[in-house]
Design a protein around this ligand. Structure first.
Ligand SMILES: [Zn+2]
Length: 259
């Protein structure tokens, strides 16, 4: 049986589906830097620039492809009891139709702001004008518009940054409630048929997805495990041959194999 067909069947036969999302399911910082180097040479805050570039890049350049992959994924799992954990900060999966209560983003994202020093403060929303700034900067490519008014910490006055792992002092409380939901859900997988699907997760934060997934696949005899990655698809020996390594880019895999 073809591996995609096998995966579809395993999802169908499972009681629960655990999905891990990593770098290959989004546009890399590297790609953005390569395609728009000028935007990285200006004296502007790295996080704000990157965040908005990413959003805009999704929408205007290659976002459609990723959104299509997420759509295919959603079609595969939507009727199941699933949970999705992502180490990406791109907010892309949030634009797909997954249920809000079944997602967690421990590395944060671009929908909240925080003080880089981690001051206690209310969560602030990004300025809507930043979006048009990014769009315009992208459109012009070679001339960066001056950045609209920045937001500052009410306590110490420092310029706010996005609430994600790239912040100087990342305020992790932003995802704690979702994480608690996730760990509770994980406990519920014990002794149940769970299909584990790891998509494009590299070695950047292995303790969030890769290692725990391997552990679940090792200890849960009813688990099936798929690791899909263009380069880091290898399975550890501890799995004793259980699990499937799929040496493919997960975006291509989802788009091409699940039409
Ligand atoms: Zn502050």
């Amino acid at each position: 049986m073809d591996i995609a067909e096998k995966l579809r069947q395993d999802i169908e036969d499972s009681e629960m589906v655990l999905v891990g999302i990593g770098e290959e399911m989004g546009i890399s910082e590297h790609e953005i830097m390569n395609s728009m180097p000028v935007l990285f040479q200006e004296n502007m805050d790295f996080e704000q620039r990157l965040g908005y570039l990413m959003r805009q890049a999704y929408q205007q350049i290659t976002g459609e492809r990723y959104l299509l992959a997420y759509k295919r994924l959603n079609e595969l799992i939507q009727k199941k009891n699933y949970f999705l954990v992502s180490v990406n900060t791109d907010n892309l999966a949030k634009r797909a139709d997954f249920q809000e209560s079944r997602q967690v983003y421990p590395c944060g994202g671009y929908d909240k702001l925080q003080c880089p020093s981690g001051c206690e403060a209310e969560w602030e929303q990004p300025d809507e004008r930043w979006d048009s700034w990014a769009k315009e900067s992208l459109r012009r490519m070679h001339t960066v518009q001056s950045f609209p008014e920045k937001a500052h910490c009410r306590k110490c006055g420092r310029e706010l940054v996005f609430n994600n792992i790239y912040a100087e002092k990342y305020r992790e409380e932003g995802y704690f409630a979702d994480w608690a939901k996730y760990t509770k859900w994980l406990q519920g997988t014990v002794n149940h048929k769970v299909c584990i699907l790891e998509l494009g997760v590299g070695m950047k934060y292995p303790s969030v997805i890769r290692w725990p997934f391997e552990k679940i696949a090792t200890y849960n005899q009813k688990a099936t495990f798929y690791r899909i990655h263009s380069a880091l698809y290898q399975m550890p020996d501890s799995l004793n041959g259980a699990g499937y390594s799929v040496p493919e880019n997960p975006v291509d895999f989802l788009i091409n194999k699940f039409v």
